[in-house]
Design a protein around this ligand. Structure first.
Ligand code: COA
Length: 179
């Protein structure tokens, strides 16, 4: 397995189709009333990263060259106006963004999970943030998600839980990058 940057790939459009397949294989929402709604959903969660921070999109390639996993990231969550606009729950943890400005989303192909692929992507992103002097990175997940143990193992230990809507308990996990 090796980590590459989407923007260094010879055919980023083909890679983007692989990203889309993994995105939907990982999404909690699986039913869509139409192809257009499905496309809008994908764009809401990935469009910002693709157009505004493409250099931060990291790919993990399996030994056969196929996409094993990907990571999309943002260096300054407070400055990402499009995400505030498009993602309703984005502002729930806004007060914590100054201490943990960067955030990421990571997904692995189902047959590639549990082999360290996601960890390698997260470590590469975190190292880039550290080199840039960013003071912290965060993720937002659900309190009962299986990935919580994964993030905690990778140092995302600053945990804050907040209720969103009627019954969704969101979990903010921050990793400080200052020693
Ligand atoms: C979470 C994820 C990115 C971790 O990457 P990975 O390469 O599988 O992780 P590692 O091999 O380094 O670590 C194993 C951890 O991954 C997670 N994991 C492994 N297989 C998984 C699976 N089939 N489904 C969901 N999570 C899984 C678990 O948290 C596991 O830790 P555990 O053994 O304590 O349960 C990856 O499993 C995945 O894509 N999961 C589904 C989508 C997801 O939850 N994305 C994060 C959204 S916030």
């Amino acid at each position: 397995m090796r980590i590459v940057r989407l923007t260094d790939e010879p055919d980023p459009v083909a890679r983007w189709r692989e990203i889309e397949a993994i995105f939907f294989a990982s999404s909690a929402t699986t039913e869509f009333p139409s192809a257009a709604v499905r496309a809008t959903f994908f764009d809401t969660w990935t469009g910002y990263y693709r157009t505004e921070e493409p250099d931060r999109i990291l790919l993990a390639l399996a030994s056969d060259g196929s996409l094993a996993g990907y990571l999309t990231g943002c260096a300054n969550s407070l400055a990402a106006e499009q995400l505030f606009r498009d993602i309703e729950l984005y502002a729930v943890f806004e007060d914590l963004f100054a201490a943990f400005p960067a955030h990421l989303h990571v997904n692995c192909r189902p047959d590639q999970r549990g082999r360290g692929v996601g960890g390698a992507l997260v470590d590469a992103f975190v190292e880039e943030c550290r080199r840039e002097g960013i003071p912290g990175v965060h993720v937002v997940t659900a309190v009962d998600a299986r990935n919580v143990s994964f993030y905690r193992r990778h140092g995302f230990t600053h945990a804050v839980t907040r209720r969103w809507g009627k019954d969704r308990d969101l979990l903010f996990l921050g990793k400080p990058l200052t020693d």
